[in-house]
Write a protein that binds this ligand. Structure first.
Ligand code: KG4
Ligand code: ZN
Length: 338
């Protein structure tokens, strides 16, 4: 019998639906919301409204691309949290409604857990245990993945996430939201000539608020002397900020790999789209004999394929949700698993 799982992801500003057929990605359709760029960040109310408009066409497109009829679906996996409550509610309500009408089971998925398992959307898959550096707009974590449904959080950020640091510093530089991809693009024609502080905390914890403050005061100082400082040095500023963030991430990742004797390393989350981080991981991996896994960008940023892949692992264990399940804006990565 074929197992076709419909997966729904609507935790932030991307509406995504995927079909996972017998554990493989048959389709993965994502509608991004351009509306937020003019506000310099995601506006929650606008995000939930856009999810409501997008969800049916996106699910329809995912079914069509996979060549699956609604009546052939075996189960529905959805993102329970963490994320924006109004956004999550659209996905959860849609998943529940469709599951009830089709009389098929529901599978609740933790969004962070799904980022970590996004590697399994690919043909080449990491062996267990592996370390995953999860870097997104909301999270920065190093996770030991022991089995698909057994993980250990080794360290996370105590303030801003790496993506947030890119976005907030980019805003100071006058770049549009999300600034991460812009900084990446501009850094390509720049050199990391400005030195910014690298936080070094106990264990595998991260901090990016010191960097943000350092850049703010550096810019204030320079602009007081030359009004056009940012404009004249934009590429070098981007390269310097990017190099600092990448180095901060790599220091803890290398420490975790050494301490835990794990050389299988994966990257996940929107910031793993960063070209410098990808290059640095490959370079360090080559030096240290790591087996590295960097998914294509489609599976790094928010997507329903990773929700469906995680849902498939849970399906195989018979881990289904009750109809009273609800969206959770705050949901630690270890919850709902282990
Ligand atoms: O995982 P994601 O799509 O959404 C969540 O936060 O869950 O990550 C979005 C974040 C944003 O902060 C964005 O600026 C950052 O990923 N990002 C990048 C790049 N592409 C996306 N940061 C640096 N370089 C990039 N190329
Ligand atoms: Zn995410």
């Amino acid at each position: 019998m074929s197992i076709h799982i419909l997966a729904i992801e609507a935790s932030c500003d991307d509406t995504s639906a995927a079909i996972i057929s017998n554990g493989r990605v048959a389709s993965n359709i994502t509608a991004s919301q351009a509306i937020h760029s003019q506000y310099g960040g995601v506006v929650p109310e606008l995000a939930s409204r856009a999810h409501q408009t997008n969800i049916i066409p996106v699910v329809d497109a995912a079914l069509n691309k996979a060549g699956i009829k609604v009546s052939e679906l075996t189960a529905i996996a959805f993102t329970k949290g963490p994320g924006l409550l109004g956004s999550l509610l659209v996905g959860v309500s849609f998943a529940k409604g469709l599951a009830i009408s089709l009389k098929i089971p529901l599978i609740e998925v933790n969004h962070l857990h799904a980022h970590v398992l996004a590697q399994f959307a690919m043909e080449e898959q990491p062996a267990f245990p592996y370390l995953c550096l999860l870097v997104s707009g909301g999270h920065t974590q190093i996770i030991k993945v022991i089995e698909p449904l057994k993980i250990e959080l080794l360290g996370s950020t105590i303030d801003d996430a790496a993506g947030e640091a890119f976005d907030k510093i980019g805003k100071m530089l006058g770049l549009p939201y999300p600034a991460g991809p812009e900084i990446d693009r501009l850094a390509k024609s720049g050199l990391p000539i400005f030195n910014f502080p690298i936080s070094k905390l106990d264990g595998y914890q991260f901090s990016f608020s010191g960097l943000k403050t350092a850049v703010l005061y550096f810019l204030k100082d320079q602009i007081s002397r030359d009004q056009d400082f940012v404009e004249k040095n934009l590429n070098n500023l981007c390269a310097s900020v990017q190099a600092t963030i990448v180095e901060t991430l790599m220091i803890n990742l290398e420490k975790a790999s050494r301490d835990h004797q794990i050389k299988t390393i994966a990257l996940a989350g929107g910031v793993s789209a960063n070209s410098s981080l990808r290059a640095k991981l490959l370079e360090t991996g080559f030096e240290k004999g790591w087996d590295t896994y960097i998914p294509p960008i489609e599976y790094c940023t928010d997507n329903a394929a990773m929700i469906g892949i995680t849902g498939y692992f849970k399906f195989l264990k018979g881990d289904f949700a009750s109809l009273s399940t609800k969206a959770e804006a705050r949901l630690p990565i270890e919850e709902m698993i282990n």
